[in-house]
Structure formats: structure tokens, C-alpha cells
Design a protein around this ligand. Structure first.
Ligand SMILES: [Zn+2]
Length: 429
């Protein structure tokens, strides 16, 4: 990724940046030709809609007063039947020691430097702050075979690749979630060294022993980058999750992936962090991401910008066979500004003893809250021939227009109390 590093010369103004809690604006500058890429006659409108949706998600969760311009292109970047570069984005430049800078002698990516500086002037001459490029070949039958971009705004990409979530992820890099080091000879500066200064991202990355990257000797830093033992240690992250967050640092350096991502977590509850190197089909959460952005200096509006969804705490933990339709409630923490939908996934871990459709039935596996703050569904368990209690698990996943409250609560396990004998009913009465 090419980056020009420009020391700011804007030191004369004494204006203070207003303390802002308003959402930053992000505008898109499409740089494709008249009938290709984002301007493709057939796919262009859907491509633009998805791209702008992803930009709006970020704009709604970051506070700032200086517009961010994303220069966007879709180009035939090639690829094979099973692997291809999907796209990339990065800050157009970085700045240090500008007036109002929170930490001296550190590179700040332009989109962030603009918000933090005390001069409300675009530091990049009014052109773009983020450059983003995505691979239009994904839509052809050769690159990734029949897998194409999915341009829908929901989470129903199926076997295709969600363009929205890919854009969300790449914009995260462009907005500052990126380290400036390489170990593969492809950087602007010798492997494991900084271009005169560390990036602000690097200040929060440390080894297991707590030595941060920027404070290491070059040889130690090079080893750390492929140690599989790197951590994010910033007050917002540790305050949120109670520990450091582990970073992606595989033993073999992966250009574009190593150390500028959170380490893939063991899949938990069908959710994963936005800034992991590989996004599977699970729902996205941005808990670590939001907090890391706060650590590097962004003022975060979200996740309160979106309501959080969860099972209601008063829901039954057990239902009895033959007791009829039992009501379960899904709640939002605030009134939604857009329709909220999710999927109720049954037996998500494959370990249930009860079988859906046999031991119990759910009135709907689509959760929809078009307005207000809650919706209900019912679960019915008929009396069957089994002579023991069974359990089933429900998970909220594929959420659109809302976020998970906290990951461990989006899944609930319910016991079906066996009611096959007369004695059971007598006990109930
Ligand atoms: Zn990435």
C-alpha cells in the first residue's frame, strides 16, 4: 500500500477544534470510467448503494467535523477459481506534530488527523483521505468461480461475498486501523522499521511481556510481528473486555493481513469482530473495533447509534410438553430508526437433544421489528414418547439494523420438561 507521509506545516492557526459529538460526514468520489466499475450500466447502481451504505455505517459511529472523502474504484484485479484479492483501502497519507495533536512524534492517518487538529482544514489539499479499490472480477464466472459479490444491504449473502461487510472492513483500515510496518521488503522503509516515526496504531501493540512495538529494537520487533503473540493494549479495549485483545501475527508474515487485524477468535455464538483477517458467514460485531478506534483517538458515537438486540431476560428457561404455545420476547435497547431483522438459528452448536419440528416448533425463525422495541414468537412442545427432559438452543444471528447486546447473551438454551406420564400432570396441578 502506497502512502505518502507529509509533515504538516499548518502551525499558525490558533483555532480550537470544537468539541463535537456529531457524526462525521463521508462522501464518495467515484473515479471509474463512464461505463465500468462503479459506473457499470448493470451492476453500478447496486455497487454504489452497497458502498455508500457501508460508508454511512462508519459515518454514523464516528464523531468529527471534517468531511472524509473516499476515492473509490472497482477494477479487474484478477484472481483464481479459489482465491482472489477482494479489495483494499488505506489512508491516503499520514501526519505528525500538527497543532492540536494528542501525541507528538506519531503518524496519524489523514482522516483522523483532520478531526484532531486544531485547524479545521483538510490536510490533504481537499482531495481524498482514503483510497479504496475493489475487485470487479469477482463478479465474473472465472474469478472465485460461481461466487460473486453480493450487493444486498442485508446479511443474506449465501455463498456469495458480502460487498457491504467487505467495504466496512476495508474502510476500517482506511480510517486508521492499520500498522505501518512490514517484514517482506514491500514497505516504504526497511523491514521492521518506521518511516522516521511509528504510527498511532503501533503505540497500542505489544508483546506478551508488555513491551510495545514502537519501543523495541528492530530485530525484536521483526520477531514479534510473526510471534503469534501480539496484543492490543489500549485503555478502551481493556476497559471493555477486561483483557488485552490478541492481534493477528502468524508465524509466516501475510502481507496486508499480519498485525493489522485482530486474531481470529474461536467462533463464538456465530459472531466475529469486523477487523479479523477473514470474515466468515457469521454476524459482525464491532466491540473490539470501536474500542480500538477510541484508543487511537477517534471519538466514538456507536454502538449506541444502533439499538442492541437481545432475548428478553424474562423469557422462559423451561417449557413443559403439552403446555401450548409459550411466548418468547426479543427486545431492542432503544427505538429503531430503521427496520430491524434477525434470524433465529436453531441448534446452532449441533448439540441439542431436542429436534426442531419434532420435539418443538417455533412460530417463526425470522425476527422482525419494523417499529418499536420488541417482538415475540412462540415455542410449542408437544407431548412425545420420550421419557426424559430435552434441551434446545436458539441464537440470534444475521442481525440487520441492530447490534448484539453482548455476545454471550444472544444464545439461550431452553429445557423441555418431559410430560409423558400422568404423574407429571398431577405435579403441575
Ligand atoms: Zn483487513
Amino acid at each position: 500500500m502506497k502512502r505518502s507521509l507529509i509533515f504538516s506545516l499548518l502551525t499558525s492557526a490558533a483555532l480550537l477544534a470544537p468539541l463535537s459529538s456529531e457524526a462525521v460526514t463521508i462522501t464518495i468520489q467515484y473515479n471509474d470510467g463512464p461505463s465500468e466499475g462503479f459506473n457499470d450500466a448493470t451492476l453500478g447502481p447496486a455497487r454504489k448503494a452497497a458502498f455508500e451504505y457501508a460508508a454511512a455505517v462508519w459515518a454514523n459511529r464516528l464523531s468529527g467535523t471534517i468531511n472524509i472523502v473516499i476515492a473509490a474504484e472497482m477494477n479487474p484485479l484478477g484472481g483464481g477459481p479459489t482465491s482472489a484479492l477482494l479489495g483494499f483501502a488505506g489512508p491516503d497519507s499520514a501526519h505528525a506534530n500538527f497543532t492540536g495533536v494528542p501525541i507528538s512524534n506519531v503518524w496519524y492517518p489523514t482522516p483522523l488527523a483532520n478531526q484532531l487538529g486544531s485547524t479545521p482544514t483538510d490536510r490533504n489539499g481537499g482531495t481524498e483521505e482514503i483510497a479504496a479499490q475493489f475487485n470487479s472480477d469477482v463478479d465474473n464466472p472465472v474469478v472465485l468461480g460461481s461466487t460473486d459479490w453480493y450487493y444486498g444491504l442485508d446479511e443474506n449473502a449465501g455463498t456469495d461475498i458480502s460487498f457491504v461487510r467487505t467495504c466496512l472492513h476495508e474502510f476500517g483500515h482506511g480510517l486508521g486501523f492499520v500498522g505501518f510496518l512490514t517484514t517482506d521488503g514491500n514497505g516504504d522503509n526497511p523491514d521492521g522499521t518506521y518511516n522516521t516515526l511509528p504510527g498511532v496504531f503501533d503505540l497500542f501493540i505489544e508483546n506478551n511481556g508488555g513491551t510495545d512495538l514502537s519501543g523495541m529494537a528492530t530485530a525484536t520487533r521483526l520477531a514479534a510481528l510473526t510471534s503469534d503473540d501480539l496484543y492490543w493494549n489500549g485503555a478502551s479495549v481493556t476497559g471493555s473486555i477486561g483483557s488485552r485483545a490478541r492481534m493477528y501475527a502468524p508465524a509466516v508474515w501475510e502481507p496486508g493481513s499480519s498485525y493489522s487485524h485482530f486474531r481470529e477468535a474461536t467462533p463464538v455464538l456465530g459472531v466475529e469482530e469486523l477487523m479479523e483477517p477473514i470474515l466468515n458467514g457469521d454476524s459482525i460485531v464491532m466491540t473490539h473495533t470501536d474500542n480500538a478506534f477510541a484508543d487511537i483517538g477517534w471519538s466514538i458515537l456507536g454502538p449506541t447509534a444502533l439499538p442492541q438486540m437481545d432475548f428478553d431476560s424474562g423469557n422462559p428457561v423451561a417449557i413443559a410438553e403439552g403446555s401450548g404455545a409459550q411466548t418468547f420476547t426479543v427486545t431492542l435497547t432503544s427505538t429503531n430508526s430503521q427496520p430491524v431483522t434477525a434470524t433465529l438459528q436453531l441448534n446452532p452448536n449441533g448439540t441439542d437433544t431436542a429436534t426442531p419440528g419434532v420435539d418443538y416448533t417455533v412460530s417463526s425463525t425470522t425476527v422482525s421489528i419494523p417499529s418499536g422495541t420488541s417482538t415475540t414468537f412462540t415455542v410449542t412442545a408437544p407431548i412425545d414418547g420420550n421419557e426424559s427432559d430435552e434441551t434446545f438452543t436458539m441464537r440470534l444471528t444475521r442481525m440487520v439494523g441492530a447490534e448484539f447486546a453482548t455476545a454471550p447473551t444472544v444464545q439461550r438454551t431452553i429445557t423441555i420438561n418431559n410430560m409423558s406420564s400422568v404423574n407429571d400432570w398431577q405435579v403441575l396441578e
